[in-house]
Design a protein around this ligand. Structure first.
Ligand code: MTE
Length: 395
């Protein structure tokens, strides 16, 4: 896997060694499927990427304000110098992952992702709780509002999460400035972004400029009108003013839901009849720091299921990371599940020939299970019904 061009990285100015042990991890054959190289990592930007010159990065500032005893502003350089830097593998998922399937039933709003709105990287930076603690949130503080530098038609991109989540170390919420050992690329939030494991990507604000601690959820347009699973009463024809509960915080989405998809065979892949069979392969992930406990594959539309084999490269990474790469994993985040896993299921040619389709579903250790039917909603988010691959027979 080639590294991205180094000229766009401010390595010299910031004295970050692009050749850190972490930067080799993404190229390690054992980690290739697990970690997504930056050039393949999915990108979701609501507008133009803010232009940040290399020379501006050391003084890039983030303000921490609102319901705190000690508001302060911190620069990029200080974030690197003053806080313990940790490296954690994290899977990011766009809430619109698999939206394309919803759109085939009825057009929703938003980008028509297939099952590719998901990627994993090693993120490096300080834990957000360490930075927030310094500001001393007051007793009234309940939410953490985050704002990026991108200027969009409805203002800067911003959203919020519960402050208690940001203050809980085990949740692994961090301010990341490196991805797979290299400085963030502009598309992914250079020079610094929030990364929230196990929650929808939309909460991980890029090009971070402000952290405001409040007693109410964010009033930002993108918080109120995006990243929601709205009731089915709201249709694409309605406007946001149509007396419909768009802004009801209960419909805002945070934790990812359990999901899985088939990666192989790919669309229109041909399997020759002379083969003995075919190994179906794919990914599964879930939210809330839970772990995928099973992936099942059905050839008879869900009447019977086969139990697929699951590989958890995140566990292998954590077991070997210290000796293999010298990277640091924060002790407190060591036991949590933040990443996708991979499953595979061998199907014989006879089974394949007799089947109309192959269906997959996953369950997590909180017993959340992918449901058979689709919950269609206007923003086309969190689609996690059974993933189905149709089989077409020729000759
Ligand atoms: N942060 C800012 N400032 N602006 C954005 O448009 N998009 C969000 C989130 N953070 C966004 C943002 C969305 S919807 C997603 S899914 C993730 O960033 C995507 O992160 P990535 O492009 O690094 O994969």
């Amino acid at each position: 896997i080639p590294l991205p061009p180094t000229t766009i990285h401010p390595t010299k100015i910031l004295d970050i060694d692009a050749n850190t042990p972490d930067s080799h991890v993404a190229r390690d054959p054992r980690m290739i499927r697990f970690l997504t190289p930056p050039e393949l990592f999915y990108v979701r930007n609501h507008g133009a990427v803010p232009e940040v010159l290399d020379s501006e990065i050391p003084d890039w500032s983030i303000s921490i304000e609102g319901l705190v005893e000690k508001p302060f502003t911190i620069t990029f350089r200080e974030i690197l110098e003053q806080y313990q830097q940790v490296t954690v593998p994290i899977t990011l998922v766009c809430a619109g992952n698999r939206r394309k399937e919803q759109n085939t039933v009825r057009k929703s709003q938003g980008f028509s992702w297939g099952p590719g709105g998901v990627s994993t990287a090693l993120f490096t930076g300080p834990m957000l709780c360490d930075v927030l603690q310094k500001a001393k949130p007051t007793k009234k503080a309940k939410f953490l509002c985050m704002e990026g530098a991108d200027e969009l038609p409805n203002g800067n991109y911003g959203t919020s999460i519960k402050l208690s989540w940001a203050m809980t170390r085990e949740r692994g919420i961090m301010l990341a400035h490196k991805m797979n050992g290299l400085p963030l690329t502009p598309d992914h939030g250079r020079p610094i972004r929030v990364v929230i494991p196990c929650q929808i990507g939309g909460r991980s604000v890029k090009w971070l400029k402000r952290l405001v601690i409040t007693d109410k959820p964010s009033g930002n347009w993108y918080h109120k009108y995006d990243n929601r699973v709205l009731p089915t009463t709201i249709t694409p024809e309605m406007s946001k003013k149509d007396d419909q509960p768009w802004e009801d915080e209960r419909y805002a989405i945070y934790d990812l839901n359990v999901n899985s998809a088939v990666a192989y065979p790919q669309n229109d892949e041909v399997v020759k009849k002379v083969e003995k069979g075919y190994t179906f392969r794919g990914y599964a992930y879930t939210g809330g720091m839970k772990k995928i406990s099973r992936v099942e594959v059905s050839l008879d539309k869900g009447q019977t299921w086969k139990l697929a084999k699951i590989d958890y490269p995140e566990d292998r990474y954590r077991e070997t990371e210290r000796t293999m790469y010298g990277g640091k994993v924060d002790m407190m985040t060591r036991d949590a599940s933040y990443c996708w896993c991979f499953w595979e299921q061998e199907i014989t040619m006879e089974e394949l020939v007799n089947a109309e389709d192959v269906v997959v579903r996953a369950m997590d250790d909180g017993l959340s299970l992918q449901q058979r039917d689709m919950y269609w909603s206007v923003l086309g988010m969190m689609h996690n019904a059974w993933f189905r691959v149709a089989i077409r027979k020729e000759g």
